[in-house]
Write a protein that binds this ligand. Structure first.
Ligand SMILES: Nc1ncnc2c1ncn2[C@@H]1O[C@H](COP(=O)(O)OP(=O)(O)OP(=O)(O)O)[C@@H](O)[C@H]1O
Length: 214
């Protein structure tokens, strides 16, 4: 997947979050979107994911030289973010069964193999609502990283993870980055150390917004 942004801008009510963002995210490359709290990293990621509307400018998605209609871009992407919900009433195996009907797994993995890769074997029949916050985050990451998508969007990917979980994230994202466009929204270097490129969203703040928190 390639994404080209042309003079992209987003405002909430009367406040411009960013403007004049012209940039190309190239396939097979990993990008970090950097910026302080409230700078607009999540806003940009949700726009790229099609969960949020931009206010001006254009976004073009291209897959293997063919333009992808923005309303179908969701088929090509997987996303994990703190505001995304899991289905708490499902057990882990039910959750994977549900998810993989819409998003098949990479590498022809079975659901059982994904459980093993996530290190959640003991929880396979546990309800998601009974998972710890770190287990939920590992599940969200496992679903996103191992979905067969050409665009992987990771917003604050190590939220709630302990040191072992952080190492798990680093290992699995590294193993699954080949031939994919990966975009990470983060302030924490261990989340984006694997990235090839960095984009500082504050470079696209209107003048009165620079250095503003929230
Ligand atoms: N739905 C909304 N309505 C109005 N303002 C919003 C809305 N969503 C976000 N904002 C504002 O947009 C700005 C950017 O928020 P955003 O969540 O994108 O920042 P962020 O860089 O991801 O922050 P953090 O590092 O804290 O997660 C903030 O000032 C926030 O208050």
């Amino acid at each position: 997947m390639q994404i080209s942004l042309s003079n992209l801008g987003k405002r909430y009510n009367y406040e411009w979050i960013f403007r004049n963002l012209t940039y190309t995210f190239k396939p097979g490359t990993s990008y970090a979107i950097l910026g302080h709290n409230g700078s607009g990293k999540s806003t940009l990621l949700t726009i790229l994911a099609g969960y949020n509307l931009h206010s001006e400018g254009d976004i073009t998605y291209t897959e293997k030289d063919k333009t992808v209609a923005p309303e179908t871009a969701f088929r090509h992407l997987s996303l994990t973010a703190p505001y995304m919900e899991l289905v708490e009433e499902f057990t882990l195996l039910e959750m994977l069964d549900f998810h993989t009907r819409f998003k098949p797994l990479r590498l022809s993995l079975t659901n059982q193999q994904l459980v093993e890769r996530m290190g959640l074997q003991k929880a396979r029949n546990k309800f998601v609502k009974d998972f710890s916050s770190g287990m939920k985050q590992r599940l969200k990451l496992g679903l996103a990283i191992y979905s067969d998508t050409s665009l992987l969007l990771l917003d604050e990917p190590t939220t709630n993870l302990d040191q072992e979980g952080i190492s798990w994230y680093q290992e699995h994202v590294e193993q699954n980055k080949k031939d994919r466009l990966i975009i990470v929204g983060s302030n924490i270097s261990h989340e984006y150390a694997f990235c090839d490129q960095q984009l500082n969203i504050t470079d696209f703040h209107p003048v009165q917004r620079k250095n503003k928190l929230f």
